[in-house]
Ligand binder design. Structure first.
Ligand code: CA
Length: 286
């Protein structure tokens, strides 16, 4: 093999555009708010009030789950009794396009009218702005399902929803993996009552969106090797066959955090394959 052919062969290997590495990936936090401030949520129906942020002072309403702030349908008393149609909306764009899976979780305290029938009801909706889902609020359901169907005269009549009364603060998880092709989603807590009969209401705290990042993509350059920073490496990984090995474990997040980076040892078999890891989104190391 001539030197030129050999070098061409090496070059051909080096310019392979991308290699997807399958590795176990654990979920990371995409967005979270424990409501020490009002966070990214807004009351979308201020004229009708009653989704409020702050300390819950009403007795028998469970306070807030953590800290001194949360959102509740009236901090100081029962919710309104006549066709309350109120939402709080997460008004922060959340990008799910870099994630393989995603879920929403939160803690909530639920005392609706009444203990036997769902006259007053609450749901969680999601709004994605891609072509097929633009502007549409779509109902999502918790793992394990809602408590039942809304009855009476609520605008959510016959729809599956939260109702009745919970057993203190409860944890809820919603799988939103179907929306991971979206780079902009919003969510809303939507509460609707019938014409009469009230109770303490609905409180929400410690809202979180988590997801598993997409598998790492490694792109070879001419001499240097780029690695996308939105990667989790949890086991030894081979790049380009036997040419380069990532040895050890480490976590590289898009926020620039590198956990256990000292355990990551990246090397080539010879000096010409010595690689430089370049992170275009921060958190770089060599
Ligand atoms: Ca009612």
């Amino acid at each position: 093999m001539s030197k030129i052919i050999f070098l061409s062969f090496i070059a051909a290997i080096m310019i392979i555009a991308a290699i997807l590495i399958s590795s176990y990936i654990s979920a990371i936090v995409i967005f979270q708010d424990n409501f020490t401030t009002s966070g990214g949520f807004i009351n979308s129906t201020p004229n009708r009030a009653r989704w409020e942020f702050g300390n819950v002072t009403q007795t028998g309403a469970g306070g807030c789950y953590s800290g001194s702030g949360c959102w509740k349908t009236n901090l100081t008393g029962n919710y309104l009794e006549a066709n309350l149609n109120a939402s709080i909306i997460l008004n922060v764009p959340v990008n799910l396009s870099l994630y393989l899976t995603a879920n929403i979780s939160f803690w909530h305290y639920r005392k609706f009218e009444d203990i036997n029938a769902q006259y007053d009801c609450g749901v969680l909706d999601i709004n994605a702005t891609n072509v097929t889902k633009s502007g549409i609020w779509t109902r999502i359901s918790p793992i394990g399902g809602y408590t039942g169907k809304c009855v009476g005269t609520s605008g959510l009549l016959n729809q599956l929803s939260y109702g009745l009364q919970g057993d203190g603060w409860e944890f809820a998880v919603f799988n939103i993996t179907n929306y991971t092709n979206n780079d902009f989603i919003k969510t809303r807590f939507f509460f609707q009552t019938d014409t009469y009969g009230v109770d303490r209401g609905w409180s929400v705290d410690n809202f979180k969106i988590e997801g598993e990042p997409l598998p790492c993509t490694y792109v070879s350059g001419m001499g240097n090797w780029d690695i996308d920073c939105n990667c989790n490496l949890t086991r030894n990984t081979n790049l380009l066959g036997n040419n380069i090995t990532i040895n050890g474990t480490g976590t590289m997040l898009i926020t620039g955090n590198i956990t256990n980076w000292k355990k990551v040892n990246i090397f080539g078999k010879n000096v010409t394959n010595k690689c430089i890891i370049r992170c275009t989104k921060g958190g770089c190391f060599r």
